[in-house]
Design a protein around this ligand. Sequence first.
Ligand code: ASP
Length: 425
Amino acid sequence: MPQTQVNDSRTGFWSRLALWKKIMVGMVLGVAAGAIMGPDAEMLKPIGTLFINAIKMLIVPLVFCSLVVGVTSMQDTRKMGRIGIKSVALYLCTTAAAISIGLGLATLFTPGEGLNMAITETAAAGKEAPTLVQTLLNMIPKNPVSALAAGNILQIIVFALGLGIALTLCGEKAEPAIKLFESLAEAMYKLTEMVMKLAPYGVFGLMAWVSGKYGMDILLPLIKVIVVVYIGCLIHVLVFYSGLISVLGRLNPMPYLKGLLNPAAVAFTTTSSSGTLPATIKAAQEEMGVSKSISSFILPLGATINMDGTALYQGVCALFIAQAFGIDLSMSDYILIIMTSTLASIGTAGVPGAGLIMLSLVLTTVGLPIEGLAIVAGIDRILDMARTSVNVCGDLMVTILVGKSENELDESVYNASTEADTASV
Ligand code: ASP
């Protein structure tokens, strides 16, 4: 009897451990196993391949269903017309800027250089850099079913956006179809959760293989990735967002930077922008003086479709993986990364680790090896903390700008916190 209790508490410990901690354990044990076993650790690789295949299985249905739902849930946007268009335009532009910062920093610091990893699967072959016009034309699927079957992500995104808009325009008649997509999307989120449970084991297998093959050389580049992502996030909030607040909003950025501390801290610890929503709404209304109607419309929308931190991280990781595998990216690849990550951000759920799945989408679209995903998966939680905070800061920034332009920002409330500081000095 006591024997069983001991066993129970052991299994209990592992099953109670948060997923990200399990992934970290998987990574550390994987690196250790690789260091001990050397090249023989390749025998552990199939565990990782299993995980990678399960992620690949998710991409097409997950992206398709969640994008359709992302668009149909924006029907309020039409009601609120101008406000919706303004915020969505700001969301998309700031997201594109975020990926550009990520790409710029990763080009500057080259975190993956010198790793010389070998491509085993998604060969870079066949990447005869299509021209920009070709890329744009190829985005329209001549046959959406074959686009789905072939896993052509850009075409799937375009079709899903079109279908979502059409469903919204059909109104009542399309309601059953919208409900179907909503429940399919829910099921896909559940399936994603189930697949992510394999992550610790997958990461263990792949890290064992990688460190067995490449030695400890893999660790420094990963630290570099973390540093680059954190620097990028700081620049995006402190320079870019603050700049937009003062240039577009003609406001002092200090109250914004002060007010975002609470929600950013919640985002940092929970790594979920949806989970942070109550804290974000409270900060927008009580500390930044944005009206209830504006903040309660824009913030939930932002938590679903505005993911600047995630986009920045995808830019850094895509380049890191390209550098690690020695793949040269052309100008059209860069544009493809910017477009895919921006569109993918609409379909990324505001839950922990969603950005990692979406990274596989960017990698597949650009033709980069998906194994790279497992290498960054080990440090994903650390990256998720920073990117989720930026996602939330971006939502708040857009809310302030739109609130100001609609005369729905109480500037006396907005400025109050810093005025109190000045008075007390
Ligand atoms: N965790 C992020 C969020 O909730 C999404 C991501 O994984 O990038 O905003």
